[in-house]
Design a binder for this molecule. Sequence first.
Ligand code: PDD
Length: 295
Amino acid sequence: MRTTEPIVWLNGVFLPLSQACVPVEDRGFQFADGVYEVIACFGGAFLDLEPHLARLERSARALEIPLPLSRDKLALLCREVYARNPWPEAMIYIQLTRGAAPRAHAASPTNPTLLIMARALCLADGQRLAKGVAGITLADIRWRRCDIKSIALLANVLARREAERRGAYEAFWLDEHGHLLEGAATNAFAVIGGVLTTHPEGPQILGGITRNRVLRLAAELGIPVRERPWSPLEPALQEMFLTSTTNLVLPVVKLDGRLIGNGRPGPITRKLQEAMHAFIAELRSRARARAARGS
Ligand code: PDD
């Protein structure tokens, strides 16, 4: 286990985490005026680095925050931050804010704040992966641009706290028609009448990178897929799972106290979970081979 202090990259400088400081007038601190990404890295192999950086660029553009570095340079920096914090399983966190300025809503400072840091990635333990987790549903109280990966996560924080209070792992947002949109920090999938079903991309959900990876794996496995609004009350609901960078594919076996299917992870969930783990094992072995070649 690593015990040394993490090294972070902040506005062009590498430094120990405890020495990394942001001005109190940073707009991230005062207005949550910023965007972020969370990227998984397995033994030096990044999972879908490019799509994560593309989404960061899209989120920044949507908030009119200039990204101070090109995507290529960001990718290099992510690799360098990992190299200085080489946990076997790591999570790279990127945060971009509009920068520091005297407090005024519309201020546009010229120097955005960019942070890249790494932490150990704590994946779900075997028990949770095998047995699945419980979820609750809540009315969606978020803003109407959930496709932007904004650091303004207050509703999500409250939802996770409510889930914890009720002994559940995740809280899922319901729209006014009772459609399940996504989780507080995850996307949601169901198997309904044998069809893998998930809410379509749009302003009501974050277009998850893991969600897209799962859709690709499902296509490769020949699993029928439909992207449409769905309700957890549909009688043909058989299985449910959640996806995210930090959870990969995690079965949901109980929702609001009711069992989903027979209360055990279903066969399509299992297949996709295995396919995801196989995909990551392949990434790891390619990274090992590259390291052995010294490239
Ligand atoms: N959360 N939906 C929301 C609201 C999220 O915050 C996340 C990610 C996802 C899944 O996205 P992805 O597959 O790209 O990780 C969906 C991150 C991991 C977090 O806030 O920690």
